[in-house]
Design a protein around this ligand. Structure first.
Ligand code: PL3
Ligand code: FE2
Ligand code: FE2
Length: 231
């Protein structure tokens, strides 16, 4: 911890740091970009919430710009091709659900899983970030709680009709998150972020969301660790 606290400008400009940052920064930019498109798609599926969802989509676009400036500030070129592959499977599942008009699955993927993943990543990143990126990430993470809350509230109101689909969607999408986390863990560590901390923070946000939606503690324990043993 001591070591992290004294992270210097020298370190943020080292080749090792910048190399890891080129992938992490790309992942975050791509994640925000996909979130933008996902909320636009969700808005079409939930016309009653259209204005609110368009507002959330616009926030994602601002987040993307914010993280692009973080990369520029460190003179890092984000590796967008890498990020594209990183999100491929989750994106495919979202597209499939969208084609089948499975709004519950779309909400679980975007508003619960991706937002909880983002909240974990950003919270763990903030204390070890360079000062410029820290200010930006602090603002972004506040918005992500609003996005997670949107999914929570809608799913809570529609819990009975959504429960089975949520369990199914959790089963097929949560293991992908653990794979993604394993893929990013070495780069995240270079940035001072521990995998265990990311898992823990994710579990907290995701578990709290499932709880407010209406799942029992027993269900949550089962659901939130689905596929985790493989990591
Ligand atoms: C939706 O609002 C945002 C979607 C972004 C998903 C980000 C996942 C990040 C995983 C990478 C872990 C390290 C993050 C470092 C933070 C800058
Ligand atoms: Fe975002
Ligand atoms: Fe978001």
């Amino acid at each position: 911890m001591q070591e992290l606290a004294t992270r210097s400008e020298l370190e943020f400009n080292s080749e090792t740091y910048k190399d890891a940052y080129s992938r992490i920064n790309a992942i975050v930019i791509k994640g925000e970009e996909e979130a933008y498109h996902n909320y636009i798609d969700i808005a079409k599926m939930l016309p009653d919430h259209k204005d609110e969802l368009i507002r959330l989509a616009k926030m994602e676009n601002r987040h993307k710009k914010g993280f692009q400036s973080c990369g520029k500030n460190l003179s890092v070129t984000p590796d967008m091709e890498y990020a594209q592959k990183f999100f491929a499977q989750l994106n495919e599942n979202f597209q499939q659900a969208k084609a089948q008009k499975k709004i519950v699955t779309c909400l679980l993927i975007q508003s619960l899983i991706i937002e909880a993943f983002a909240i974990a990543a950003y919270n763990i990143y903030i204390p070890v970030a360079d000062p410029f990126a820290r200010t930006i990430t602090e603002k972004v993470v506040k918005d992500e709680y609003i996005h997670l809350n949107f999914g929570e509230v809608w799913l809570q109101k529609n819990f009975e009709i959504s429960k089975a689909e949520l369990e199914e969607a959790n089963k097929s999408n949560l293991p992908i998150v653990w794979t993604m986390l394993n893929q990013v863990k070495d780069d995240a560590e270079v940035l001072g972020m521990e995998k265990e901390a990311l898992v823990e923070d994710f579990m907290i946000s995701y578990g709290e969301a499932l709880s407010s939606i209406g799942f029992s503690t027993y269900d949550i324990v089962q659901m939130s660790s689905y596929g985790l043993k493989a990591t």
